[in-house]
Every structure is written in C-alpha cells, then in structure tokens.
Design a protein around this ligand. Structure first.
Ligand code: NAI
Length: 289
C-alpha cells in the first residue's frame, strides 16, 4: 500500500521514515522546498548513523531511502491507501488541505491527521465522505517513540478505525484508542507538566536549568520540561496549549504562558531554530543548574 505524508517537518519526516522502513512506498509532500531538502538530508544522516551502528545494512538503508518520493505536488498522492497529514496546527488550513486531498485520492483512501489538539470531527466535517477521517497521533521523534494514539471521530467508520489501527500496529507501534477530546490522552496529561514548569519559572522560584535538573534527577523524568519543549518546538507546543485551553472552555488548568508565547514570537522555537529556552548554537555555553 502506498502511504502519503503531508508536511515534511519534524513529524512528517519521521512518519515517512517509519512507513518506509515498514515496507511501504511513501510520498512525502511539503509546500516548502527547503523543508523537503532538510527532511531528505536528515533522513540520509539517520540512515548513515544506523548503518554505522550496525543496526541497518547498507542495502536496507538504500531500500528505505529509495521507497520515499520527496515532492511538492499533492497530486503525487494519487493511488495512496492512507494519507497522514502533519502540517501546521490550524483548522482552516487543515480544512482546505483535506478538501484538496479528497479530490485527489480514491474513495477507499483513509485520511488521517497527526494533530495534537484539534478535533478530528471538525477536521472531517468538510469531507464529502467523513467516514474516512481519523486521528493518528505519533510522538516526537516518530521513529523512536513507540506509542501512537488512534482517534476515531464520531463520523469515522468502524472499518476505517480497525484498518488504521492494524496498519499502525504493523509499523511496530503500540497503539491506544483515544476519544476525540482536546489533547487526547498524552497531550492532555502533558499540558500541566509544561504549564506548571513555566509558572514556577515565572514566579521566580527556579530557572529553566534548575527545573529541568530537578525533574530529571529527582523526578525520574527522561527529560526536563524546558528541554522537552525545546525538542518539540515552542511554536508547536504553544499552539497546542492555546488550542487545548480554548477547547476546554478556558479552564485555567490549561492556561498558556506568556514566557512561552514570547519565546515563540521571537523565533526561539528550540532545537530546530538553534535557540529556545537554551542556546543550541555552536558557541553556546553549557548551562549548569
Ligand atoms: P513543523 O512546523 O516542523 O512542520 C510542518 C510542515 O508542514 C512544514 O514543513 C511546513 O512547510 C508544512 N506545511 C505547512 N502548510 C502546508 C500545506 N498546506 N501543505 C503542505 N505542507 C505544509 O511541525 P510539526 O512539529 O511536524 O507538527 C506538524 C503537526 O504534527 C501539527 O499538527 C502538530 O500539532 C502535530 N504534532 C507535533 C508534534 C511535535 O512534537 N512537534 C508531536 C505530535 C504531533
């Protein structure tokens, strides 16, 4: 089965890799040529590293890379059985993209979104056949994180739900069914994790490095909240918080933070822009708690 992935950013590139290494022909589409080039370069580096470490053979690496068509034409999705959208977290843009996708693909193609916080029912509402919409939510980095949430909307058919889950199970992911509610399971639990860390900083209780150190060394988390937000991207993370906050009728538990908003507005997205709560540039000084 041919798999289409729309958006070649952090998530889309990783999802394309997972699908290709599971044996699918993949079409990875982005409107931005630079994003495509970056995705291609990153994948080549990842494959090189896996070969160096002896995890993949050169042949397997070549095969996986060869299965992905990098493109900026959604028309290349023709004939796909599953498309996973991983573009900007904006319902209007997702609507126009899903309408376009439906006009290109066959009747039995599943249209999935990797959205972290938008309603799958709302995304599917503009489709002529909304029974084919579903949420398939991967975690960053998609090739390494084992979990995927499968989110059927009220309109999703049982066949689409079962098929989608089977496909993602066959990609050796651990799938969990989640209801179509803001943040689903993981992102809902995660909002107060980031939010409270930002509030602790804003109240002057501790700086980023100290909070991260405490959560990692004392709390047993693999990463502290600021390191994790820099990994996810402050632009993406802020938008998700804002969406979840609004979707829960402005419940103060999910209130977004000005610190994160300003970081995002300044382009301090995190690792991907070289600067977030920490400095990732070449001459950055190590940060000690
Ligand atoms: P990103 O900003 O790294 O990548 C988005 C890509 O989509 C960009 O390359 C952009 O050029 C492209 N794009 C935007 N509009 C487009 C269009 N109309 N057609 C084709 N390409 C278009 O974003 P990221 O982090 O990959 O997030 C994508 C989606 O995945 C969002 O819905 C986000 O909520 C979700 N997500 C993000 C996670 C993360 O940790 N970053 C984790 C799980 C889900």
């Amino acid at each position: 089965m041919k798999v289409g992935v729309l958006g070649a950013g952090t998530m889309g590139a990783g999802i394309a890799q997972v699908a290709a290494q599971s044996g699918h022909k993949v079409v990875l589409v982005d409107v931005n040529q630079e994003a495509i080039n970056t995705a291609k370069e990153k994948l080549l580096k990842i494959i090189e590293r896996l070969i160096e470490k002896g995890k993949w053979t050169q042949d397997f690496g070549d095969e996986v890379f060869g299965r992905i068509l990098f493109s900026n034409e959604v028309e290349d999705f023709k004939g796909a059985g599953l498309i996973i959208e991983a573009i900007v977290e904006n319902i209007d843009i997702k609507h126009s993209v899903f309408s376009k996708l439906e006009s290109i693909v066959d009747e039995d193609c599943i249209l999935a979104s990797n959205t972290s916080s938008l309603s799958i029912a709302a995304i599917g509402s503009i489709l002529k056949n909304p029974r084919r919409v579903i949420g398939i939510h991967f975690f960053n980095p998609a090739p390494l994180m084992p979990l995927a949430e499968i989110i059927p909307a009220v309109q999703t058919s049982d066949e689409v739900k079962d098929q989608a889950r089977q496909i993602i199970d066959s990609w050796e992911k651990v799938t969990v069914l989640a209801k179509d509610t803001p943040g689903f399971i993981v992102n809902r639990v995660a909002r107060p994790f980031y939010g409270e860390a930002l509030r602790i900083y804003e109240e002057g209780i501790a700086d980023f490095a100290t909070i991260d150190w405490a959560m990692k060394e004392l709390g047993g988390f693999r990463m502290g909240p600021f390191t994790l937000m820099d990994y996810i991207g402050n632009d993406v993370n802020y938008t998700v918080t804002e969406t979840v906050f609004k979707a829960f009728y402005y419940d103060p538990r999910y209130k977004p933070s000005f610190t994160q908003k300003r970081h995002s507005e300044a382009g301090y997205y995190g690792r991907k822009s070289g600067r977030g709560y920490y400095d990732y540039s070449e001459n950055a000084k190590a940060v000690e708690p």
